[in-house]
Design a protein around this ligand. Structure first.
Ligand code: HEC
Length: 92
């Protein structure tokens, strides 16, 4: 599914939100919400450069996300989806 997603237009609703929900909960989601919320289109757009920067870091970096590897690191395909989404103008 993700591999074919790379060939088409990436959208927040179809690709980015599900990915962020799997990898960035509960810390950046309202149930806990102690960290900067990244649960909406607007907050994801606002923070996209920082998001991409952090998920691409080596997993032993203190700034790496998901924080302390409490979730699986993003795959190369997932990171590419984030980059393509940004480059394509961040469709909803
Ligand atoms: C286990 C909890 C946890 C998970 C899961 C997690 N984070 Fe974080 N995140 C944190 C903490 C704690 C900080 C604050 C420390 C820091 O800035 O490094 C943070 C900070 C950030 C920041 C900087 C926010 C700012 O203050 O400007 C970004 C961006 C971020 N995380 C993105 C993500 C993304 C994207 C994911 C999913 C791929 C993710 N995080 C998963 C705990 C988490």
């Amino acid at each position: 599914m993700l591999a074919t997603a790379l060939d088409s237009k990436v959208s927040y609703a179809d690709h980015i939100q599900p990915l962020m929900e799997i990898s960035c909960t509960p810390c950046h989601w309202p149930e806990k919400g102690k960290k900067k919320l990244l649960n909406t289109y607007a907050t994801t757009v606002e923070n996209i450069d920082e998001i991409i920067y952090r998920v691409k870091l080596p997993s032993d970096s203190t700034e790496f996300m998901p924080y302390k590897s409490k979730r699986l690191p993003l795959s190369a395909t997932q990171i590419q989806l984030l980059v393509n989404w940004r480059d394509q103008g961040m469709a909803r």
